[in-house]
Design a protein around this ligand. Structure first.
Ligand code: NAP
Length: 329
């Protein structure tokens, strides 16, 4: 490989990891990514690139709980840039696995930063933070909003955020936090509510599923497209100064509005197909989220390209086009 810059992406098999990989390869990067030991990356969104034998891409089996493995990985790949996208990213699951969530999503960050600091402190680092860190603070939320995490996931992300700030201040690392608001795509994991909705639509149309069980429909979220958000992370890491920046669209929609947009795309009324299941309510939820993305716009020159309507349509179309045998369950 004789490419200009080298990037290491943890969680490269995930939604954002796969889009970021494509984004960087298109910019002539050599891309290295971690996959969890024992996982087959060819079944992930990275599959098409791996099957095509993309020469600029290498995957490495390393878990974020393995400090020695991460240090060895940073040493051998000698990246210019590290993007930490790996986490147990489902908030609901973090209530069921709070300790593991802290191990991966929280302590994983310090393992990686320590590996960078000891190997080569000139490596730039970007941490994928989350708007979940703001908890119940009313919208709009920005990088200046105080944190009040309302889940094990969010608490672990707050630890990762402050650890990133700490390595910047204590050791002078170019370490930045992208505080990401919710972002979706056809590659979103099937356990997430937006994807649960869009994967249900072909099943409802085919008579395979009558009802879709959902929790609280009154929550509102700032939903963008993952492809746009990885561009923001690349801009953040390429900025001369390390920064903490909130990344979102500045627009919020309720889950009912998402349902409306998705079901009306195929001429259905969601009220006929959705059942509220109180067991799907979270122990502590966040009512409303909307980003004040002034800093992302003014400092990074970033604005999202995909509208809410385009995002929902792309997700519904992709799930309609997926053969029943390959549809996520
Ligand atoms: N998408 C959003 O709306 C959003 C919003 C705010 C913040 N974020 C954060 O942004 C990052 C990317 O999000 P995403 O939507 O791309 O998440 P995702 O699709 O769930 O991807 C997470 C990645 O982390 C990997 N991973 C999980 N546990 C690991 C471990 N112990 N060691 C190594 N890798 C591990 C997963 O591997 P497997 O595929 O093997 O599970 C997967 O590749 C995450 O840190 C997430 O918390 C996302």
């Amino acid at each position: 490989m004789t490419r200009r810059r080298r990037a290491l992406i943890t969680g490269i098999t995930g939604q954002d990891g796969s889009y970021l990989c494509e984004h960087l390869l298109a910019r002539d990067y050599e891309v290295h990514g971690t996959v969890r030991p024992g996982r087959d990356p060819s079944t992930s969104a990275l599959g098409p690139l791996l099957r095509a034998g993309e020469p600029g891409l290498r995957v490495h089996a390393v878990d974020l709980t393995d400090g020695d493995g991460l240090t060895q990985l940073v040493e051998t790949t000698a990246p210019h840039e590290v993007y930490n996208l790996a986490s147990l990213s489902h908030v609901g699951t973090s209530f069921a696995e709070p300790v593991h969530s802290g191990e991966v999503t929280g302590l994983g960050v310090v393992r990686l930063l320590d590996a960078i600091m000891r190997t080569d402190p000139s490596i730039r680092f970007c941490q994928a933070g989350s708007s979940e860190m703001f908890g119940a603070h009313p919208p709009p939320q920005s990088e200046r909003t105080p944190f009040h995490p309302r889940s094990p996931y969010a608490a672990a992300k707050v630890y990762g955020h402050w650890t990133t700030v700490n390595y910047r201040e204590a050791y002078g690392l170019h370490a930045s936090n992208g505080i990401l608001f919710a972002h979706e795509s056809p590659r979103r994991g099937p356990a997430f509510v937006t994807r649960k909705i869009t994967t249900a639509i072909p099943r409802v149309l085919n008579g395979e599923q009558r009802r879709l069980k959902l929790g609280n429909l009154n929550i509102s979220r700032d939903w963008g497209h993952a492809r746009d958000y990885v561009e923001a992370l690349h801009r953040l890491l390429s900025h001369p100064e390390p920064l903490d920046v909130a990344i979102g669209t500045g627009e919020s929609h309720t889950l009912e509005e998402f349902l409306d947009a998705a079901f009306s795309h195929v001429g259905l009324d969601w009220h006929d197909h959705v059942e509220i299941d109180p067991r799907l309510y979270r122990p502590a939820d966040i009512p409303a989220v909307r980003c004040d993305a002034t800093m992302a716009r003014e400092v990074l020159g970033w604005t999202p390209r995909t509208s809410f309507a385009q995002l929902v349509e792309e997700m519904v179309r992709a799930d309609l086009a997926t053969p029943a045998s390959r549809r996520a369950r």
